[in-house]
Design a protein around this ligand. Structure first.
Ligand SMILES: CC(C)=CCC/C(C)=C/CC/C(C)=C/CC/C(C)=C/[C@@H]1[C@@H](COP(=O)(O)OP(=O)(O)O)[C@]1(C)CC/C=C(\C)CC/C=C(\C)CCC=C(C)C
Ligand SMILES: [Mn+2]
Length: 397
């Protein structure tokens, strides 16, 4: 992959970068047949989509196909199709490129340290190569999210997202536009990372532009996959699977997907009030109706017994996704487990905080205090070494 370091300045005409505030800050295996797992609403999938010609498939089934494809790619690599070593050799022969490349990765690390301090700390145990690659992926995700969530979000059009996607294709083909892209270009050449989850994340951003209500959990699940489940699928090929793991690749990817879904559901539950003030309701409309609630109750923002009961159910489902995710962490390369446990523990505690706020997610932001955040790091470290059960046993002793 020569040429990865020569990013071209003639990117998409609309400078998507300038719309992404942080971009130039500078500182900134149980073989399983498909089995729909965590379903709350068990009725037939209401996800019929606009594409009526397609047979009715639930979002979970559609997403599981992506999971299988990603898992197959990793297997291909382990059969020796493309090895990290081959690429290292290419770069080690050109010192200047290596210097530039390192600078590009350093910039990614800086962004990561600025935007996600705890996560950045958590990456410190990973091998230098993997850590840098995770930073590069993080930065691309952050920039993509900033397109629709950042200060210039109101100017973002579907065309801008199309350009961002074209640029992504260029990055995957070794034609990066800037330093951050260059790091990602190198990462995707080195690890068996597929473009599909990246494209899907952009699809999630498109969804955010056009959709502000979700009829049922099936629709919400798809959205959560797009904007967060994809992160799990992008990260596993870099974090690596433990050589001693007996689990199927599919089951590990499934756990990674579950962690993304759990995180996003948690985000949604935390931000109910904030989202409502932007005219958005991510909670499934049919479940709200079943609980005797409507958008108006959300806009009114009063914590009632109906609301508490509804929220308990939503929190329970998010926790089930976290539980599903936990099963996969022990299968990752040992050095990669720590940041994953750290992020899992931190996010799951947001759910505890919503409960502690007596389910007032209209005007009180659930958060994890500094002390608890800091404590999560050694706890995550302990779990990543000993496993959750063994750690609990040790603590109880
Ligand atoms: C080790 C580790 C945690 C790696 C992931 C690193 C990475 C590439 C993170 C990217 C995160 C990102 C910027 C995503 C863009 C879309 C987005 C913002 C999603 C939400 C994240 C939370 O961010 P924040 O609180 O800042 O949200 P606001 O924008 O402020 O609303 C998400 C909720 C999703 C994040 C999803 C993950 C971190 C999934 C992680 C899953 C894995 C790493 C797989 C682990 C593997 C197994 C086997 C369990
Ligand atoms: Mn966001």
């Amino acid at each position: 992959m020569s040429g990865v370091l020569f990013w071209v300045s003639c990117g998409p005409k609309e400078n998507t970068n300038s719309l992404v505030g942080l971009a130039y800050s500078g500182s900134g295996r149980a073989q399983r047949r498909f089995k729909p797992c965590i379903r709350f609403v068990t009725g037939a999938s209401a996800f019929s989509s606009a594409v009526t010609a397609e047979p009715l498939r639930s979002s979970e089934e559609r997403v599981y196909e992506v999971v299988l494809k990603q898992a197959a790619l990793v297997k291909e690599q382990s059969r020796g199709r493309k090895t990290a070593l081959d690429f290292d050799k290419t770069y080690e022969t050109d010192f200047n490129n290596v210097e530039l490349l390192n600078a590009a990765y350093d910039r990614c690390g800086e962004v990561c340290a600025e935007y996600a301090k705890t996560f950045y700390l958590g990456t410190q145990l990973m091998t230098a190569e993997r850590r840098k690659a995770i930073w590069a992926i993080y930065v691309w995700c952050r920039r993509t999210d900033e397109l629709v969530d950042g200060p210039n979000a109101s100017h973002i059009t579907p065309t801008a997202l199309d350009r961002w996607e074209q640029r992504l294709a260029d990055v995957f083909e070794g034609r990066p536009y800037d330093m951050y892209d260059a790091a990602l270009s190198h990462t995707v050449s080195k690890y068996p990372v597929d473009i599909q989850p990246f494209k899907d994340m952009i699809e999630g951003m498109r969804m955010d532009l056009s959709k502000s209500r979700y009829n049922n959990f099936d629709e919400l699940y798809l959205y959560c996959y797009y904007v967060a489940g994809t992160v799990g699928l992008m990260s596993v090929p870099v974090m690596g699977i433990a050589p001693e793991s007996k689990a199927s690749t599919e089951s590990i990817y499934n756990a990674a997907l579950a962690l993304g879904i759990a995180n996003q559901l948690t985000n949604i539950l935390r931000d109910v009030g904030e989202d409502a003030r932007r005219g958005r309701v991510y909670l499934p409309q049919d479940e709200l109706a079943q609980a005797g609630l409507s958008d108006d109750d959300i806009f009114r923002g009063k914590v009632t017994d109906k609301w508490r009961k509804f929220m308990k159910g939503q929190i329970k489902r998010a926790r089930m996704f976290f539980d599903e995710a936990e099963k996969g962490v022990a299968e990752l390369n040992s050095a990669s487990r720590w940041p994953v446990w750290a992020s899992l523990l931190l996010y799951r505690q947001i759910l505890d905080s919503i409960e502690a706020n007596d389910y007032n997610n209209f005007t009180k932001r659930a958060y994890v205090g500094k002390m608890k955040k800091l404590l999560s790091l050694p706890v995550a470290f302990g779990i990543s070494l000993l496993g959750p059960q063994n750690l609990t046993k040790m603590v109880k002793r």
